[in-house]
Design a protein around this ligand. Structure first.
Ligand code: NAI
Length: 287
């Protein structure tokens, strides 16, 4: 089934690029945010990042022009949603705010319109509970930066209809992405779980005195062929973000993945050493 139009809710880091990729792929697309100034910023950021891509010959100017032509920036959420057969939510990572939004979308959207969440950590059963049409709810998890990263994790829960997953897969492919399916809900899906395992073990080896931060990074780079080691990666992502993920994972019942939050991460965050963005983390960037 070819989707009639796509609405992306939340014009931040993720939402604006998800919307742009949909628009560039030929879909009539609406990007919704709560205030005009957020939409103006989204347009500005997209103009900059697509200009860089054209410069590097990753995409043609014609494709970018077509993207902007197919994309409507709007604060009129309800009109956009009524006209769309597929809605992707990419708003702040807050369960209560997302639940409220899904409850409203469930009433506004036509019953066959898919409601998908781009959340990294909230599985869609938490958003579908109590809705009239939970069968059309799933997770569609894109990766940052969406303009470049091709992976999409499509995740269904017990409430999700097969047809919902099929349409999410079809849309991802039509957007030029490579979707994978996560058959049952699990915290962190595939990529972030495997990453958390690597990061958790790297921290364990360092904290127990088996190897230095530098040597663990070298080992993972040279031995596993990763583009950077786990400590360099944590500094890049932000130690506060990493700590937040560990804290969330530790709250998951019966999950072996992160039994304990790392003491090293906690104390670095308390000292305000958050990685590259503050100039200090596991490494010092102020030299
Ligand atoms: P962000 O903070 O950059 O953007 C969120 C946007 O949503 C803001 O523009 C905000 O004004 C808007 N917003 C908030 N409440 C709204 C509402 N009720 N209606 C409409 N717009 C609203 O956030 P970001 O980083 O783009 O993350 C969004 C979602 O994507 C989160 O669920 C996050 O877990 C997920 N995600 C983030 C990744 C990342 O690397 N940043 C990677 C993959 C998923």
């Amino acid at each position: 089934m070819k989707e009639s139009a796509i609405t992306v809710i939340g014009g931040g880091t993720m939402g604006r690029e998800i919307a742009f990729v949909a628009a560039m792929s030929g879909f009539q697309t609406y990007l919704v945010d709560v205030e005009e100034r957020f939409l103006a910023n989204a347009r500005e950021q997209l103009t900059k990042s697509t200009a860089r891509m054209v410069e590097r010959q990753r995409v043609s100017q014609e494709a970018v022009d077509a993207g902007f032509q197919n994309l409507t920036f709007t604060i009129d959420r309800d009109t956009a949603v009524r006209q769309s057969s597929f809605v992707i939510e990419a708003i702040v990572e807050n369960l209560e705010i997302k639940r409220q939004l899904f409850a409203e979308l469930d009433e506004i959207a036509a019953p066959e319109t898919i409601l998908a969440s781009n959340s990294s950590s909230i599985v869609s059963s938490k958003l579908a509970a109590g809705l009239l049409h939970p069968e059309r709810v799933c997770n569609v998890h894109f990766f940052n930066p969406v303009l470049q990263m091709t992976l999409v994790e499509v995740v269904g829960g017990e409430h999700t209809a097969q047809n919902t997953l099929d349409r999410a897969l079809e849309l991802s492919k039509a957007m030029g992405k490579t979707p994978v399916v996560v058959e049952k809900e699990i915290f962190g899906f595939i990529v972030n779980r495997v990453l958390m395992a690597i990061v958790g073990e790297a921290l364990h080896l360092y904290e127990q005195g088996y190897a230095s931060i530098e040597d663990i990074d070298i080992a993972i780079k040279e031995g596993l062929g990763h583009p950077m080691g786990p400590f360099t990666l944590m500094d890049l992502v932000g130690l506060d973000i990493n700590l937040g993920i560990q804290e969330l994972a530790a709250q998951e019942p019966n999950d072996h993945l992160v039994p304990e939050v790392s003491a090293t991460l906690s104390s670095l965050v308390q000292e305000g050493k958050l990685g590259r963005k503050t100039g200090k983390g596991f490494y010092n960037y102020n030299k």
